[in-house]
Each structure stands twice: as structure tokens, then as C-alpha cells.
Design a protein around this ligand. Sequence first.
Ligand code: SAH
Ligand code: SF4
Ligand code: F3S
Length: 468
Amino acid sequence: MNTKTTVIETEALQQQFAYCDKISALWHEKNTTPTAYVETYGCQQNEADSEKLRGYLAMSGYAMVQSPEGADVVVMNTCAIREHAEQRVFGNLGALTHTKRRHPGQKIFLCGCMAGETKVSDRLKKSYPHVDGVFSTHHLWQFPEILYRVLTGNKRQFYIADEAGSIAEGIPQMRDDSLKAWVSIMYGCNNFCTYCIVPYVRGRERSRKKEDILAECRALIENGCKDITLLGQNVNSYGKDLYPDFDFSDLLAEISAIPGDFLIRFMTSHPRDAGKKLFDTMASSSKIAKQLHLPFQSGSSRILKAMNRHYDRQKYLDAVTYAKSVMPELVLTSDVIVGFPGETEEEFEETISLIEAVRYDSLFTFIFSPRTGTPAASMDDPTSKEEKNRRFDRLCGVQNAISEQIHAAYIGKKLRCLVDGTDKDQLTARTEGGRLVRFAGDPALIGTFQNLTITGATTWSLTGELAR
Ligand code: SAH
Ligand code: SF4
Ligand code: F3S
């Protein structure tokens, strides 16, 4: 595996912009405005990448549409995290044979994390001839070149070389929302948790320069953005590859010093190195949302070791205790995996007891899915599927009851919320902790912070009214 980060120089990016111009010219000659559809699977990293794909497409003259039917370009930005995610993509990809038959000029691309797996690209080469181009996340910056080649050459393009990854500044982004934005601060992952495919498909950890991140945040805030989520697979590692004495907490502090009325959040924080400095920094600024997504994966120290997570149950609980002590209003969420190979009933019960001790606002719950090429895929796994499903259902039941109780405790509280949209005839808002609140109000309030009194709660959301 190649381990060197490639920094994409300005000239190389200019060449991509030149391809955008050439694509634009192709369509101009035909006197038509081409259309493009981008479908995103997986996590926020992919959402952020799709904004770049749309940015490039817009630069090449494409108008975005909401369905693959009739679109001149279809891009599937895929996720490889679990088997189920991949099956969905293959299913939807199969259905595109029909849209292409109805619109023979349609060009179909597959990118994202699945494109980084050899078994996937081999299958696409062999059995999906209607897919015109495949490129891994490392090659996203070359999308205009790939598109141009497909449009002019009638030959399928595969940009899937195994690389440590690249950093390209200045790719145009087309953001859907002017109020809320994702900002990637780093790419890749070095942790190699034994169940996880991300390090194999997204390459090594590499941080963006702090100046570039600060400039992007400043520009967003000047344009009215009120809620910025900093993204990375393990944000606590930010800067380790660039700076001897500037870390993620320092970055948070510098962003929160930008003038303006806004909130910053981040994900994901790895418990291995989320410590006092981070929690003290969060507590010190009213612009840093008191929300923490801190995946624990398992409550059993033995399983955590087998997962290569580099913390144990006690270290995790100590971190949470400290975080809550400096931020009593903290909204805490997490990820958990049920049925890791060899997980015993007792070890599963340790996961349940950790959930009961921490009391998360909500949890993202997963059943272990073996990923080819990861160490856990070849570990002994004697537990039956039925048993794993039973554990999963039990865990969801425990968490749902906790979420319901925590939500019910919101009733009567007055919270500052960002009004962010409408849902049927109501307005929607987000609490600082990221909880959804529905309330009645004038749509002119969208884009402002308002104090809401919470009047009702379910497992998943809250209702409220404008506070008097
Ligand atoms: N970088 C983040 C997680 C990214 S993946 C972190 O370390 O916290 C999001 C979640 O998917 C993980 O936290 C894990 O709970 C789940 N996940 C990853 N690989 C999985 C697998 N093979 N089977 C089941 N769940 C998995
Ligand atoms: Fe995967 Fe672990 Fe990296 Fe998260 S920290 S992306 S779970 S390898
Ligand atoms: Fe999926 Fe890739 Fe994200 S595997 S979860 S889209 S980093």
C-alpha cells in the first residue's frame, strides 16, 4: 500500500477546470443544457464529496435533477461500510440499465468508497457494462477529465489505482443549504479498527492546512451560514501530519474566534484520544455546540481490544464523566456494533450496561458485517444470525426507552434553536445538541436563532412553541 499523500498542485486543478470548459463547449455546440443526477450513500464525508461532484458538474454546464430518469449523467457516490449498503448500490445500479435504455446517451459513473475495492471494480468491469466510469475517492479531483474522456472516447474509464490519498484545495462546491455546511478538515484514517473498511478505501490520514479551513469557514459565515460541522474519520488526529504543536482543540478555538453568530460541531471524535483539552475547549466557547458523537462500539474491554480500538471500558467511561462534568447540558450520541466475532452473551450485556450507565440521547446501532480484506472478516464467529438479531432488538429496546426518557425531560425547557426549514405546515429547528423541534411560526424566521419552549416529545423528536 502506498503511504505518501499527494498534494494536488494548482496547475493540475486548472487542467481539470479546462476539461469543464471543454465539456461545456461540447453541449453548447448541441444547443442544449445537459442534466445530471448525483445519488449519495453513506456518511457526511460522502455528502461533502457529492457537493464537489455537483460543483464540477455545474462548472461543466450541467443542471442538477432529482432523478436518474432522462439525466445525461448519473453519478452513484457509494458507501462500503456494510454488506447491506453495497447490495443496495448494486440493486440500484442494475435498475439504471432501464433508464439508459430509455435515454441511450446517458453516462453512468460509480465513485466513492466501493470504487476503492478491487472486488467491486472487477465485478463492474465484468457484469455491469452500462457503467461508463469508475473512480475511487482518491481520484475525485479528476472527475472532469474522466467525464470528458467518456463523452468523447466511447471507452470505459477506470481510475482506481491504490493510493495513500490526495489533498486538493479549490474544487468548486455546490452546497444545498446556505444555513448549514459540512467542512472536511482531514481525510482518511490510520486506525485500522479490525472490522472497518474505511482505511482501505479512503487512504491514510491527511489534514488540510489550518489556513485553508479557516478561510473556508470565514467565507461560509460571511455568506450567512449558521451551523458548521467539521468532518473527519477521527478529528482528534487533526494536524498530527502537519504541525508539531497545533491540534484539533486549537483549530476549534481559532474557528470559534471568527466574528459572527454561528455554531460549530464536529464528527467523528475517537475515544482513544478525546481528552480533557478537547472537552475544556468545547466548554469554553458558546460557539461550540455542546454535542458530542463519541462511538464506543462495545462495552466489553476484551471486544474493544479485538476491535483494535485502543481504549477500554473504563477509559471510555472516564472520558464521558469528565465531558459531562464540564458540560452538564452535553448531548451525547454514539455508534455501537452488536455481534462482533466471538462476542459472548456476557460481553453483550456489558454493552447494555454501558448504555444504561452513559444514557445516550441517541445511538446508531449496527450488526457486525464482515468486510473482505479486514482482519475481523476471518475471525471465528460462532454466534448465529438469529442470536445477533435478538441482541440487536434488545439493545434497540433499551436505547429507545432511554431516548424517550431524555426527550420527555426536555418538556418545559427553553432552548435556543436554529430555525432551519419547514415540514408540512410547521417550521423545523435544531437545538444546540442537534435535536429536531417542530413548531408553528412565520417562515421568515428561517435562518435565525430563536428561543423555543419545548411542549412535547417522542423518541425521535420534540415539539415546541416560540418562547415569550
Ligand atoms: N470513523 C468513525 C466511524 C465511521 S464508520 C469512528 O471511528 O467512529 C461509522 C460506524 O459504522 C462505525 O462507528 C461502526 O459502528 C460502524 N461500522 C463500521 N464498520 C462496520 C462493520 N464492518 N460492521 C458493522 N458496523 C460497522
Ligand atoms: Fe473505521 Fe476505526 Fe477509522 Fe472509524 S476510526 S473509520 S471505525 S478504522
Ligand atoms: Fe461509508 Fe465511506 Fe463513509 S464506507 S460510512 S461512505 S467513509
